[in-house]
Design a binder for this molecule. Structure first.
Ligand code: BMA
Length: 330
C-alpha cells in the first residue's frame, strides 16, 4: 500500500469508518463530545486541547477553564484517546532553574514531539496575550521557555521537525482582545529561543466567507508526500458574533511559507448541538491531530463551543484529493 503520511504507524488510533451516505471528507465521531461540561472538579470546561500518542497510550495538554473564569493548562492520560484522566490540578510550571513559574492564564495548547522532547505552545500572558513555549521529557517536570514572539499574538503552532535546519512556528498576530482580523505568519529559529525571518503565509478572505474575518493554524502540521497538511480555523462575523469553522491547506514541504492548496469551502462548521450551544456558541476549533501512517487515518481533536472536546476523522488520500480539487489560493 502506498504511504502518503511520512510518519509513524499508530494502529490504536481512535477511529470510526465514515457513515454510509456521508458525503463529507471530514466526519464526526459518533461518541462526541468526549469531554463535556464540568469534566473535572477544577475545570468547568475542557476544550481546544492537544493530544499525542505515547508508548501504547495517549497523553494530552488540556485547556481547562476554571470556575474563576481563567483558562489554564492541565495534563492528562488516556488508554484509547477517548477516555481521559485529567489533572486533577493544573500543570506546575517551573523556570530553567526549577523555580515555580505559574501561568497567569494559558489556553489553546498545541503539543508536539521533536526528537526526544515534548514541546507545548499556548496562548500566554506577557503583558497581554502572547505565545508561550514550554517543554517536558517526562510529563512530570514542565519547563517554561522564553516567549517566542512579541505581544499580541494568540495562536501558535510548532512544526514537528526542523526544516532546512530551523525550527518553524506558525502564528496569528492579533490585538489584545477578540481580534477582528488575523492572518497566518511563519517564524524560524535555530534554537527555539531566537526567532526571526518572519513571513506572511496565508490570509483571510477569498470566496469562502467562512474564513473572511481571520484564520489561524490548527493542529501541528502532518508531513505527507503532497506537502505539509495543515488544518486551520477560519472565522466569519455574523450579527450574533464570530463563527469558527475549519478547513485545510497544503504547504510546500521544503518551503512551508508557500501555500500549494487551501480549501475554498470549510471542512467542518458548527452544526451539532455541542458545537452550536455552549459557553461560546458556534465554534469548532481544532488543536490536535493523530495519524496512522500505515492506513492514512487521521483523528482531529477540536474544541466545540468553548465547552466540549470532540473528535472528527479523515482519510488522508481522500482529503488531499479533495483539497487539490476544491482549492483557492489567494
Ligand atoms: C479565540 C480563542 C479560542 C476560542 C475562540 C472562540 O480567539 O480565544 O480559544 O475558542 O476565540 O471563542
Amino acid at each position: 500500500m502506498k504511504k502518503t503520511i511520512l510518519g509513524s504507524a499508530l494502529p490504536n488510533i481512535p477511529w470510526e469508518d465514515k457513515p454510509k451516505g456521508c458525503r463529507d471528507v471530514v466526519w464526526r465521531y459518533s461518541g462526541n463530545p468526549v469531554l463535556n461540561w464540568n469534566p473535572i472538579p477544577r475545570a468547568a470546561r475542557i476544550f481546544n486541547s492537544a493530544v499525542l500518542p505515547y508508548k501504547n497510550e495517549f497523553v494530552g495538554v488540556f485547556r481547562g477553564d476554571q470556575r474563576n473564569g481563567r483558562a489554564t493548562l492541565f495534563f492528562g492520560r488516556s488508554p484509547d484517546g477517548i477516555r481521559w484522566t485529567i489533572g486533577p490540578d493544573p500543570i506546575d510550571w517551573v523556570d530553567e532553574e526549577g523555580k515555580p513559574s505559574p501561568l497567569s492564564f494559558g489556553y489553546d495548547p498545541r503539543f508536539v514531539q521533536i526528537e526526544d522532547t515534548y514541546y507545548i505552545v499556548w496562548c500566554d500572558d506577557m503583558h497581554g496575550p502572547s505565545i508561550g513555549l514550554g517543554r517536558t521529557k517526562d510529563f512530570k517536570t514542565f519547563i517554561r521557555m522564553p516567549n517566542p514572539l512579541m505581544p499580541y499574538n494568540r495562536n501558535g503552532v510548532l512544526f514537528p521537525r526542523k526544516v532546512n535546519g530551523k525550527y518553524l512556528l506558525l502564528s496569528r498576530p492579533s490585538d489584545s482582545g477578540h481580534t477582528p482580523f488575523g492572518d497566518i505568519f511563519l517564524s524560524e529559529s535555530p534554537d527555539l529561543i531566537h526567532w526571526g525571518r518572519h513571513r506572511w503565509v496565508m490570509g483571510r478572505g477569498g470566496q469562502g466567507w467562512w474564513q473572511n474575518t481571520k484564520i489561524g493554524a490548527g493542529p501541528v502540521p502532518i508531513e505527507t508526500t503532497a506537502g505539509w497538511l495543515l488544518f486551520y480555523h477560519g472565522v466569519s462575523n455574523t450579527c450574533n458574533g464570530f463563527v469558527y469553522s475549519f478547513g485545510a491547506a497544503i504547504l510546500d514541504i521544503n518551503d512551508p511559507g508557500k501555500v500549494l492548496y487551501r480549501t475554498r469551502d470549510y471542512l467542518l462548521t458548527p452544526e451539532k448541538p455541542y458545537e452550536t450551544v455552549g459557553f461560546v456558541p458556534n465554534v469548532v476549533f481544532p488543536c490536535a491531530n493523530l495519524y496512522d501512517a500505515d492506513t492514512g487515518r487521521i483523528a482531529i481533536y477540536y474544541g466545540a463551543a468553548d465547552t466540549c472536546t470532540a473528535i472528527a476523522f479523515a482519510q488522508v488520500d481522500e482529503l488531499i484529493d479533495y483539497i487539490r480539487n476544491n482549492s483557492e489560493v489567494f
